[in-house]
Design a protein around this ligand. Structure first.
Ligand code: ASP
Length: 440
């Protein structure tokens, strides 16, 4: 691994360690209400929202006029940050690829492996969402979250439309696939420009850090947002609307567990010749850490330790895992696929096969742009919804239970990184052995 790459990883780990220490230190000084975690506050907000909604069932106009605007502000903030966040994080991802060239064939193979497994993951998500009918036959009774059906373009048009003819328009309209294409093209442009492009690369990396901070700030506002979103929904639709959420969680978990057990075990057996029991025993500490922290980046040190213990080399671990924590999110992909389907179904919208293909494409790309911190998958869900014209307001429904899904998707995200690392390690070892055999 290059020196720069190694120092980046070290910086990342140091920062995570500092954060954990700061939180522990500050927790001791904080008053009780600040000691409650954000997850607890979101849950409290959800319960309060449901209660208020029930009380206001006779007068939903009040909820629409005075409480809904809080939720609208939250959604507006999400929509506002998602465009710059996608642009700079995708560009930063591409820029970081310049180290990969030095790593040679492993870099290419790792990226192909990541993209392939993520694509497979979203297909599994969509499959389970379709077969298990994730919306549970529920359709929103009210026009609370309005949706205007758009005519679906043809497949060829969909492909052609991915390439923008204008630099600014896609950003103003939040046309996500076009934005991703712009980010990829300019990201590679920065690499191609070499030294002259270095200043832009620094700017992009700086902006990336800024966008992640802003996103953190918006997520802190989530308890208010969730309250403002759920109250009018309950006031207009009654408590029945909550039942499909339970089904959503079940469908999401089933799809993720199938991916974890079937796909990962299969890949490990086929490529790394490793038994699933050995893997799950080895990865268990990282799985638990990811499940409780809901952060891939936070879990990175534990994941590195576990993967090394399972036999991966230092070099492989320190290249494949940090890259995976940044760009490889199989759990997030499943979540986004299942949620997109859920939102479509409860809004009574039929997604065509073309639209589902666009979801697969956007989700794979969105996973590159999803930061490995709690809640970022939900922000990126806005982008997936926008790519097929689904109402972003649908996030109102899933926001309250997001953390429950986040825990499992993060566990899956980090396992996928470890599986890839073990496979790459095996392939590399075999290559070295063959080389040694040929030389002897
Ligand atoms: N929390 C996830 C992670 O860190 C990202 C997401 O929200 O989907 O991997």
């Amino acid at each position: 691994m290059s020196e720069k790459g190694t120092s980046d990883v070290r910086e990342l780990l140091d920062e995570a360690e500092r954060d954990i220490k700061d939180i522990a230190k500050e927790n001791g000084k904080k008053p009780w209400y600040k000691r409650l975690s954000l997850t607890t506050w979101i849950f409290i907000a959800l319960v309060l929202g449901v209660m208020c909604g029930l009380l206001l069932q006779g007068n939903p106009g009040f909820a629409d006029t005075y409480i809904k605007p809080i939720g609208t502000i939250f959604l507006n903030l999400i929509k506002m940050i998602v465009v710059p966040l996608v642009i700079v994080s995708m560009m930063a991802g591409v820029i970081s690829l310049k180290d990969i060239k030095r790593i040679g064939a492993i870099g290419g193979k790792t990226i192909v492996f990541y993209l392939f497994t993520t694509g497979f993951a979203v297909c599994i998500g969509l499959l389970f969402a379709n077969v298990m009918h994730v919306g549970g036959g529920y359709t929103l009774a009210s026009t609370q979250l309005e949706y205007e059906a758009k005519e679906a373009p043809s497949f060829i048009d969909t492909l052609v439309n991915i390439f923008p003819s204008n630099f600014v328009q896609p950003m103003a309209d939040a046309t996500m696939l076009q934005i991703i294409v712009i980010a990829l093209i300019f990201g590679f442009g920065i690499i191609a420009a070499g030294k002259k492009g270095a200043i832009v690369a620094d700017f992009v990396n700086g902006m990336n850090a800024v966008c992640i901070k802003v996103m953190h700030g918006i997520i802190m506002f989530a308890p208010f947002g969730v309250f403002g979103l759920i109250t009018p929904v309950i006031a207009n639709n009654g408590p029945d609307v909550l039942l499909p959420l339970l089904w959503l969680i079940i469908v999401g978990y089933v799809a993720m567990i199938v991916h974890l057990v079937v796909v990962y075990s299969g890949l490990l057996r086929a490529i790394a010749k490793m038994g699933p029991l050995k893997f799950f025993k080895g990865i268990a500490p990282a799985l638990l850490f990811a499940f409780s922290s809901a952060s891939s980046v936070g879990t990175l040190p534990v994941n590195m330790e576990c993967t090394k213990k399972m036999g991966a080399s230092d070099e492989m671990v320190s290249f494949v895992l940090p890259l995976g924590a940044t760009i490889n999110m199989d759990g997030t992909a499943i979540y986004q696929g299942v949620c997109a389907m859920f939102i479509a179904q409860v809004f009574g919208i039929d997604l065509t096969i073309q639209q589902q293909i666009v979801i697969v494409l956007t989700t794979v790309l969105a996973s590159i742009g999803t930061a490995g911190v709690p809640g970022s998958g939900m922000i990126m869900l806005a982008m997936v919804l926008q790519s097929v014209g689904l109402p972003v307001e649908g996030i109102a429904l899933v926001a309250g239970v997001d953390r429950i899904l986040d825990m499992m998707r993060t566990a899956l995200n980090i396992s996928g990184d470890s599986v890839c690392c073990l496979c790459m390690n095996y392939l590399e070892e075999r290559k070295q052995q063959r080389k040694a055999g040929a030389g002897a």
